[in-house]
Design a binder for this molecule. Structure first.
Ligand code: CAA
Length: 257
């Protein structure tokens, strides 16, 4: 991996993907996103890993797709490369993904954060879809995910003006889970990851799948899907362990079985 670092340094249950093109503010070139796709695929198969954190550095989570790599391309080039298809893996990942964001989260960087399941932001984080300023528009989910997160008026303004919003505003608008001082954003993301990692990984993954389904289907169908996942968990050892632990007044030890 040239442009990302993958570690399990903190806890065997938590994997950390660090975007690592600091001089280019973690601009998301094709290779970097290919590496993110491959890492996510592998971590999703790794039985030990329960939660994944994606982060950048203090100055930038990611300043967008790599403009220099795209500048000379034609429609045919873009169609053939289909560079955003590598992003499908993020959406397909079953394990929860937390974006730990500091500094710039712009264009594809904002889209990457929004494709994750939760966002922990440092107070220096800035979110924006500035593609309009370079003659294009968001292409990796910005028009859809931002609108679902913020509603039409705010999303339209951000997409049509390229204006950034601060971490504080992003929290107020419901885009991010929480905002903490810059020196604490990784600690806070890790705390959230640890809390989720202490639950049954099967229940976590099915619950994530059900919440995500609410964005795709009408209520009736979503409720049906949720109910089936709920019933399905009753064939897991974790369900027995969780409920027995409650009855026996002890802490549950979930195995993901
Ligand atoms: N692509 C390629 N290189 C980038 C980049 C990007 N998206 N963003 C920053 N860089 C590079 C700069 O070119 C610069 O490189 P050099 O030192 O070689 O000149 C280096 O990173 C540092 O950047 P700046 O000197 O510009 O730093 P700054 O602090 O003055 O400004 C910034 C920071 C406001 C984020 C500014 O870099 C900027 O506006 N970046 C582009 C943001 C953008 O338009 N993103 C959307 C991209 S398109 C997209 O993402 C499509 C999609 O939907 C997926």
């Amino acid at each position: 991996m040239e442009f990302i670092k993958v570690t399990k340094a903190y806890d065997k249950y938590i994997a950390l993907i660090e975007l690592n093109r600091p001089k280019e503010l973690n601009a998301l070139n094709l290779q970097l996103m290919g590496e993110v796709r491959d890492a996510l695929k592998e971590l999703d198969q790794d039985d030990e890993v329960r939660v994944i954190i994606i982060t950048g550095n203090e100055r930038a989570f990611a300043a967008g797709a790599d403009i220099k790599q795209m500048a000379g391309k034609t429609t045919v080039d873009m169609w053939k490369t289909d560079q955003f298809s590598t992003w499908d893996q993020i959406n397909k990942t079953r394990k929860p993904i937390i974006a730990a964001v500091s500094g710039f989260a712009l264009g594809g960087g904002c889209e990457l954060a929004m494709t994750c399941d939760m966002i922990v932001a440092s107070e220096t984080a800035q979110f924006g879809q500035p593609e309009i300023k370079i003659g294009v528009m968001p292409g990796a989910g910005g028009t859809q995910r931002l609108t679902k997160a913020l509603g039409k008026a705010k999303a339209m303004e951000m997409v049509l003006t390229g204006k950034f919003i601060s971490a504080e505003e992003a929290e107020k608008l419901g885009l991010v889970n929480r905002v903490v001082p810059v020196e604490l954003y990784m600690t806070e993301a890790l705390k959230l990851a640890k809390e989720i990692a202490s639950m049954s990984p099967l229940a976590v993954q099915m619950a994530k799948e059900s919440v995500k389904r609410s964005f795709e289907v009408p209520l009736e169908e979503g409720l049906h899907f949720e109910r089936k996942n709920f019933y399905m968990l009753f064939s897991s050892e974790d369900q027995k362990e969780g409920m027995n632990a409650f009855v026996e007044k002890r802490k549950a030890d979930f195995k993901g079985k």
